[in-house]
Design a protein around this ligand. Structure first.
Ligand code: SAM
Length: 354
């Protein structure tokens, strides 16, 4: 345990130097208390407001396929889940989502999906170039998993600006407890270094409260984030899905997720930090609490309404109400009620590579 004064001392040092030693991360994460969290959030908000003011950036999330060749133990769209209702959008449907999104005020589109071989390099390149040509003032973000470096390069050349690939957990043995042997922490991390070298604005992150996760694992995640120095970090609680091997496991907590959001804001002050859908799913006011802990991005769902409920990564995943892109005004009202507002902009990260 650490005293409140010791905890504040560590938080102050993190704010001043943007780093802590592994043991210090472990002590802080293990020794957190509600009082310490409040102190952390106050400091995180100050830093967030210094760099991003009271603006909240939005991204239009297009979940364009739920076919996946992978079999991650936690994920509802894993290959082995025979009960998943599979779908993939056509290029025309994807472009129509962008058109709707643009009208609503989105200036960045995130194409997210399972690792689906139907979307070959040629098909993806065409979709990326068409979006880029039709909405040149918008950023195109991909989140389609692990691919060879040359393919990432070709997508970049076609007009993709950003790539989201959570590292999930840094520690190789913990990674093995969450994934089949065909997937490795080392390969996933290599993809992130490749993406960075190519020049993408990179987003990474991890789930909070996955089975077997320890404070040591989280400390290693923080050290990895520090080294990678990404433009965006997406973290959200693990939430079980009833048709996966982790069906009976406990979900990660709102409390620990918020604490980690605050710590990441202090460690990488200019990073983009989304208040994720999973955070909004485990608590009605999860997104607002995320913003008040230092987050500055939300990613409403722009997928066609008829497929939304089939992109079920975990049970009860939000996809309607204020989660839906069409409800942007409601979302803005909610954000205004806590003193923030949604910005119509590409929302580029200020944590850019030198
Ligand atoms: N296939 C791409 C990839 O591998 O990055 C993108 C899609 S993948 C489903 C997007 C993210 O969903 C994963 O990085 C993971 O962190 C999150 N996710 C999957 N299952 C989850 C669960 N049960 N609870 C919370 N988040 C989950």
């Amino acid at each position: 345990m650490i005293s409140f004064r010791q905890g504040c001392g560590l938080i102050d040092r993190l704010a001043d130097t943007q780093s802590l030693e592994r043991q210090e991360w472990i002590r802080l994460i293990r020794g957190r208390t509600p009082e310490l969290s409040e102190y952390l959030f106050t400091r995180a908000r100050e830093i967030r407001i210094r760099h991003y003011g009271h603006s909240i950036y939005i991204r239009g999330l297009i979940e364009f396929t739920n076919y996946c060749r992978n079999d991650c133990y936690y994920c509802g769209i894993r290959r082995s889940n025979r009960n998943a209702v599979r779908y993939r959008l056509t290029k025309e449907q994807i472009l129509s989502c962008c058109e709707t999104g643009y009208r609503l005020g989105f200036r960045t589109f995130v194409l997210q999906g399972g690792e689906d071989g139907w979307f070959t390099e040629e098909r993806m390149t065409e979709i990326i170039s068409d979006i880029h040509a039709s909405w040149p003032d918008c950023a195109v973000t991909l989140s389609i998993g692990e691919l060879p470096r040359e393919v990432y390069q070709r997508f970049f050349n076609a007009g993709a600006d950003r790539y989201l690939l959570r590292h999930e957990t840094f520690d190789a043995s913990h990674y093995r407890m969450l994934h089949p042997a065909s997937l490795s922490a080392a390969h996933r991390q290599q993809c992130l270094w490749d993406l960075k070298e190519i020049g993408y604005q990179v987003g990474t992150g991890f789930m909070v409260g996955t089975p077997f996760q320890t404070a040591e694992n989280l400390a290693d995640d923080m050290l990895f984030l520090k080294r990678l120095d990404p433009q965006m970090v997406g973290i959200g609680p693990f939430i079980p899905h009833h048709d996966t091997p982790f069906a009976g496991r406990e979900a990660g907590t709102l409390e620990l997720t918020l604490f980690l959001l605050g710590l990441i804001r202090l460690m990488i002050p200019r990073v983009l930090l989304p208040a994720t859908t999973a955070l909004g799913t485990i608590a009605g006011d999860g997104r607002e609490k995320g913003i008040l802990a230092g987050a500055n991005v939300v990613m409403p769902n722009l997928s066609p309404p008829q497929v939304r409920e089939n992109y079920l990564l975990y049970d009860n995943k939000l996809c309607t109400g204020d989660e839906a892109a069409e409800s942007l005004q409601n979302l803005d009202r909610r954000m205004q009620s806590i003193g923030y507002h949604i910005a119509v902009s590409r929302g580029d990260s200020l944590n850019l590579q030198p």
